[in-house]
Design a protein around this ligand. Structure first.
Ligand code: PHB
Length: 356
C-alpha cells in the first residue's frame, strides 16, 4: 500500500510509535487485597507488545484509597509493592519496542459504599445514574456532593498515582476523563448540578479536569507523556449524550487543547457514528478544534475499519479484538477477514482463564 498510515511510525514528543495500533485500557478486576493484577493479566500486556502493538495501556488504575474504587478487585499504583510489581512489566513492554502508558481514574458516583475502604461514594452532585448498578442489582448509592476538601484530596490521589507510574518506569500517564466516571461526571451537566466554581458554565465544569491536569503535569518528567481520555457516553445510562451539542463537545476539546497534553483520546461506542445530529463522527468533530495527536476507539476490528478511523485520528485502539486474538496486528497487516468480537466473548477477561 502506497500510503500505509496504519503501519507508519508516529512521533509524539521524544517517542516514536512503531505503528498506529494500541491496546485499549481494559480492566480485568483481578487484583484482590493487594491491588496488584494477577500475573497472567500482566503477562497479557507484555505479549501484546511482543506481538507488534505500539502503545500498551494498563487497565484503569484507581487513585485514592478513600473513594476512587468502583468495582471489586481493581488495581492501584501507590505502594512500594504495587510499583515493584509493575516495574518488570513496563520494562518488558519497552524491551519489545512499545510505549507503556498507565491509565488512572476515580469512579465517583459509580462506586458503592462497601467497595471502598472508607465506605464513601462521592461525586460533583448528589445525583445517581438512573439505571441500577449491574454489579449489585441495586440502585446506585446517592453520592456525597464533593466539598473543596474532597476535591483537593481526590486531585492528590491522581498526583500520587502518577508518581507511582513514573517510579515504575511508565512512558506516560493517561487521565481517564471518559465513560461517566468522576472527571466525566464533572464535565457533563447530566451529573454536575453544582452552583459553585465547579458547575454551571462549560468553563466551570471543565475546572476539575483542568486542576487535575495541572497538578499531575509537574510530576511527569519532560521526557514522558501525558494523555487525557474523554467520551460522550458513560457505562451507566449508556444511551445518554453526556454533552448537549456539538458546540459543547468542541468547547471541552478546545479547553483540553490549551492544556499541556501530548494526546487526546476519544472513546466512542462506534467510531463511525455521526454525532450531535451532524454528518461528522466524534473524531472529525474533535479534529476540527485540535491538532494534537488523537487516539480513537470503538468498533475497530479489521484493516478497513482501522484505515478508515485513521483518516481523522492518529492512533487506533482495540479492546475486544486484541483481548481475544494475540495475532490481531499480524492479521490486520495481512488484511485477513475479521469480525467484530462481542461483549459476551470478551467476558472471558473476567474469569481466571489466562488469555491467549
Ligand atoms: C471503563 O473505563 O469503562 C472502565 C474502567 C475500569 C473498570 C471498568 C470500566 O473497572
Amino acid at each position: 500500500m502506497a500510503d500505509d498510515k496504519l503501519f507508519s511510525p508516529l512521533k509524539i514528543k521524544n517517542f516514536s510509535l512503531k505503528n498506529r495500533i494500541g491496546v485499549a485500557p481494559m480492566t480485568r478486576v483481578s487484583s484482590p487485597g493487594d491491588s496488584i493484577p494477577r500475573k497472567d493479566v500482566l503477562e497479557f500486556l507484555v505479549r501484546r507488545a511482543q506481538n507488534e502493538v505500539a502503545l500498551v495501556y494498563t487497565e484503569a488504575i484507581v487513585t485514592d484509597y478513600e473513594s476512587a474504587q468502583g468495582y471489586p478487585n481493581q488495581s492501584r499504583l501507590l505502594t512500594r509493592r504495587q510499583i515493584d510489581a509493575w516495574r518488570p512489566v513496563v520494562s518488558a513492554i519497552q524491551d519489545a519496542g512499545s510505549v507503556a502508558v498507565m491509565q488512572m481514574f476515580h469512579c465517583g458516583r459509580m462506586a458503592w459504599p462497601e467497595i471502598n475502604p472508607a465506605g464513601r461514594v462521592i461525586a460533583p452532585s448528589p445525583v445517581t445514574a438512573k439505571q441500577d448498578n449491574p454489579l449489585t442489582g441495586q440502585p446506585y448509592t446517592v453520592p456525597d456532593e464533593m466539598s473543596c476538601f474532597d476535591i483537593e484530596h481526590v486531585i492528590n490521589g491522581f498526583v500520587e498515582t502518577a508518581k507511582g507510574a513514573v517510579e515504575a518506569g511508565f512512558d506516560g500517564v493517561e487521565i481517564h476523563g471518559a465513560h461517566g466516571y468522576l472527571i466525566n461526571q464533572f464535565l457533563s451537566a447530566y451529573s454536575n448540578k453544582r452552583s459553585d466554581d465547579y458547575g454551571g458554565s462549560d468553563e466551570n465544569r471543565f475546572r476539575f479536569a483542568k486542576e487535575i491536569i495541572r497538578a499531575v503535569k509537574p510530576v511527569i518528567p519532560d521526557d514522558r507523556l501525558l494523555f487525557f481520555r474523554i467520551s460522550n457516553w458513560g457505562v451507566a445510562d449508556a444511551a445518554v449524550s453526556l454533552f448537549e451539542s456539538k458546540e459543547q463537545w468542541q468547547q471541552m476539546i478546545h479547553y483540553l487543547d490549551a492544556e499541556p497534553l501530548d494526546a487526546i483520546s476519544v472513546s466512542c461506542m462506534n467510531y463511525q457514528d455521526n454525532a450531535f445530529g451532524t454528518d461528522l463522527n466524534m473524531a472529525q468533530l474533535t479534529r476540527e478544534v485540535t491538532e494534537k495527536p488523537m487516539i480513537v476507539c470503538g468498533n475497530i476490528f479489521d484493516r478497513a475499519s482501522a484505515d478508515d478511523a485513521l483518516k481523522d485520528a492518529d492512533i487506533v485502539l482495540s479492546g475486544k479484538s486484541l483481548l481475544l486474538n494475540p495475532d490481531w496486528v499480524a492479521d490486520i497487516r495481512e488484511n485477513k477477514p475479521l469480525k467484530p468480537r462481542t461483549g459476551a466473548e470478551a467476558d472471558v477477561a473476567y474469569t481466571a482463564h489466562p488469555l491467549p
